[in-house]
Write a protein that binds this ligand. Structure first.
Ligand SMILES: [Zn+2]
Ligand SMILES: [Zn+2]
Length: 354
């Protein structure tokens, strides 16, 4: 590093490191080295999502030893000699994916499926540390969002990719199952991009209250926890909407709900598979309906190149996210955070740093 492009950096940093699945501790380690095209971020907040629970268990391709954290927000603390357009102190968010640019899929413009994909916070160290480094082309500036709300930019980028995949037509009716963080963002995006009537169906509770306060839909259908009562409510929703919806999004990750969701798709409509499902999950769908009614099945999983769109929507206050992160933790409170995630007492959590 040359003297002009960095803060006075400390000799070491604190990080939450896993030596193997389920074995973690706070360690003192040296700062990430930065290559000539890298930016070093002093981390302010790191979002936590369901993926981190899988990483805790050693799933999702986690490679140990590992500092997790794939929703990283902070300020520029240093940068390599070939980096342009960044200043020390810039507020930034990092896209955690590095793409190779030369594999079968990258050569065809399908970088989402890059065969040499490197995910920070999964395969290499990420943002559960005081400092983290990323290639400058994966680092994006923002202005207005709080550090904690900015952790939603990664999920919002995924939702913006979902919107591209769905390509809603003007005047579409939309039904979205689930009121989790990405669902709430996708519902707002759909509402502003062709959706004329958007319905969110989810169990009554914290997330549904938040959905209302964010004004994420035109109509909210609260599903009772009791299975029989929920089935009755779904039947009601169907009879109220006999022609179904142009776009139906399954955003809960529950395969059973996906099987039900197709019943709500109008002829020629779109069924969007948008949850994180178990690898062994299977669904039974009626091929005759898919064929005769020309139902479009759409999968949407991650994103590439959608951070600028996400920043425009969130930083420009077009899409509202305040309150989605409803609990923050310090690095040394990681076990409490895991417990809160597992017993679902948080909507979304973030680690915060001084
Ligand atoms: Zn995530
Ligand atoms: Zn590639």
């Amino acid at each position: 590093m040359n003297g002009s492009n960095h803060f006075d950096l400390p000799p070491s940093m604190r990080a939450l490191e896993y030596s193997e699945a389920r074995k973690f501790s706070i360690v003192e380690k040296s700062l990430p080295t930065i290559r000539e095209h890298d930016v070093l971020i002093k981390v302010k907040a790191s979002g936590i999502c369901g993926t981190d629970l899988h990483i805790h268990d050693g799933e999702f391709g986690a490679q140990f030893p590992l500092v997790p954290g794939h929703e990283t927000v902070g300020v520029v603390a240093a940068f390599g000699s070939k980096v342009q357009d960044f200043n020390i102190g810039d507020r930034v968010v990092a896209d955690n994916s590095e793409l190779c640019g030369h594999c079968h899929y990258c050569r065809r413009g399908k970088e989402l499926f890059c065969e040499n994909f490197i995910a920070h916070g999964v395969m290499v160290d990420g943002g559960f540390a005081e400092y983290a480094s990323y290639p400058a082309n994966r680092v994006f500036k923002f202005k207005n969002l709080s550090d904690v709300d900015a952790t939603l930019l990664e999920p919002a980028a995924c939702a913006a990719h979902g919107l591209d995949k769905i390509a809603p037509q003007m005047g579409s009716s939309v039904l979205l199952f689930g009121a989790g963080p990405t669902g709430l963002i996708l519902a707002q995006l759909l509402r502003q991009n062709g959706g004329c009537h958007t319905v969110i169906a989810a169990p009554a509770g914290l997330k549904m209250e938040l959905a209302r306060s964010l004004n994420a839909a035109d109509e909210f259908v609260e599903l009772p926890r009791d299975a029989q009562a929920a089935a009755t409510k779904m039947e009601e929703l169907r009879s109220k909407n006999p022609y179904g919806f142009d776009i139906v999004v399954e955003a809960t990750g529950n395969a059973k709900i996906l099987e039900n969701a197709i019943k709500f798709v109008t002829k020629g409509g779109k069924l969007v598979v948008y949850g994180v499902y178990g690898e062994d999950d299977r669904v039974s769908l009626p091929p005759n309906k898919i064929f005769k009614e020309e139902i479009n099945l759409i999968g949407s999983f991650s994103q590439t190149y959608k951070f600028p769109a996400a920043i425009n929507y969130l930083d420009g206050k077009r899409i509202h996210v305040s309150g989605i992160v409803n609990k923050t933790f310090k690095l040394e409170e990681w076990q409490d955070c895991l417990d809160a995630m597992k017993n679902k007492s948080v909507i979304k959590a973030a680690l915060v740093f001084d």
